[in-house]
Design a protein around this ligand. Structure first.
Ligand code: PLP
Length: 394
């Protein structure tokens, strides 16, 4: 079956965050929204059908999580990533961002230090902070158009109060699929210095053609024994509104501690539709849809790269290896971060994520979500080019 990712779907009237929050975030609702990281593609019909099928039964009561749920996750993770997890290593997680807070609270104390690598997905900065922990930044460096980790800086920043390192694998923004050597080195440092690693792998299933996702816990014994990993079908299959993530913890002691923390507040039970959707997504049909979606996204990435080269040469896109987010560097446009965003919002009328919200290194950058029909992407880029051509490209 050939899926159609050019279909234009009107999301107005559905409470879409991406649309409803424009006024609050950009100061105007009159922008084309290319920010929040969900897709404007149709959630695949085989997932919608599975939900419809469940709705044919008239009772939506308390339910147990069926063994089939664990089996399908185990199979998916093995087939996609070559990681042989056991059903007892995993558990349901009601959202990865809430999961960041659970790990912070289960494994650290107020005042402890949590290391993150900006520029990074903003909740990595806010969640530990809002929970009374100190966020310590180990900034990424850019080399040859890609992010690299700075291990000397990391070693220097670890103190006796450092308890947790939150890894974004693949990285958001920038779409970096970290290689095994990098992950192994990180695992060694964190193990040696007594820092637990939380690997957020929500983008794992979206390595773009020719790239490969490597789960952190697979690179060494040090990584497996000293980490928790979060994954989800939510991003890949465009079902984040269902809240359907899970954790994997190979080490029995860490697992017990985390499971006990979740259990104490009953944070470990999925809603009915999260289970139904996961079972429908993690199948051969789901994989076929996923591959076609990624081919389309790759086409959109290529389109952005070519468009920048030809029409906005001062804008440098970081070419992602995974996912549908393109990190755009506007440093050569001669605008500071505020002026840049003002121009995009009020002149081009496009709403992209402001780079500064990703922490250090995000100045004069914007993050573009390309998981939309190409026609919509083209229109947004045309509008951006039009305002940059008015004298701002140096
Ligand atoms: C790295 C990363 N983690 C977590 C999330 C969101 O996870 P959830 O919707 O399960 O809270 C996102 C969404 O963009 C993300 O990019």
């Amino acid at each position: 079956m050939k899926y159609d990712f050019d279909e234009q779907i009107d999301r107005r009237g559905t409470g879409a965050y991406k649309l409803e929050q424009c006024e609050a975030v950009f100061g105007t609702a009159d922008v084309q929204p290319l920010w929040v990281a969900d897709m404007d593609f149709r959630t695949p019909d085989f997932i919608l059908d599975a939900i419809r099928h469940r709705l044919e039964h008239p009772v939506l009561g308390y339910t147990v999580t069926p063994p089939a749920y664990y089996d399908c996750v185990v199979r998916w993770v093995r087939d996609r990533h070559g990681w042989d997890i056991r059903p007892e290593w995993m558990g349901f997680l009601a959202g990865i961002v809430p999961g960041l807070a659970h790990a912070v609270n289960a494994f650290t104390q107020p005042g402890d230090e949590v290391i993150v690598q900006p520029p990074v997905y903003p909740p990595f900065l806010h969640v530990p902070e809002k929970n009374g922990r100190r966020v310590v930044c180990n900034p990424l460096r850019e080399a040859d158009g890609r992010f690299e980790m700075d291990f000397d800086d990391l070693e220097a920043r670890i103190t006796p109060k450092t308890r947790l390192f939150i890894l974004c694998n693949p990285h958001n923004p920038g779409g970096r699929t970290w290689d095994a050597d990098t992950l192994r080195r990180l695992a060694d440092i964190c193990r040696r210095r007594g820092v637990l690693v939380l690997s957020d792998e929500i983008h794992a299933d979206m390595a773009l053609p020719g790239n490969r996702h490597i789960p952190f816990a697979t690179v060494s014994e040090a990584a497996a024994r000293n980490s928790l990993t979060y994954m989800a079908p939510s991003k890949t299959f465009n079902i984040p509104g269902l809240v359907s993530s899970f954790y994997v913890i190979p080490d029995p002691e860490l697992r017990q501690r985390f499971a006990a923390y979740l259990d104490s507040s009953e944070l470990n039970t999925p809603n009915i539709f999260a289970v139904v959707a996961t079972l429908a997504a993690y199948t051969a049909r789901g994989d076929e849809w996923r591959r076609q979606m990624l081919d389309y996204v790759q086409g959109n990435v290529d389109f952005v790269v070519a468009f920048c080269r030809e029409r906005m040469p001062a804008v440098r896109p970081m070419v992602p290896q995974a996912s549908f987010l393109v990190w755009l560097d506007f440093s050569a446009c001669g605008l500071d971060s505020e002026a840049l965003q003002h121009k995009m919002v009020h002149e081009a009328k496009v709403g992209l994520n402001q780079g500064t919200t990703f922490g250090a290194g995000g100045e004069r950058h914007l993050r573009l979500n390309v998981a939309c029909p190409r026609a919509r992407l083209r229109e947004a880029l045309e509008r951006m080019a039009a305002v940059l051509e008015n004298g701002n490209v140096q």
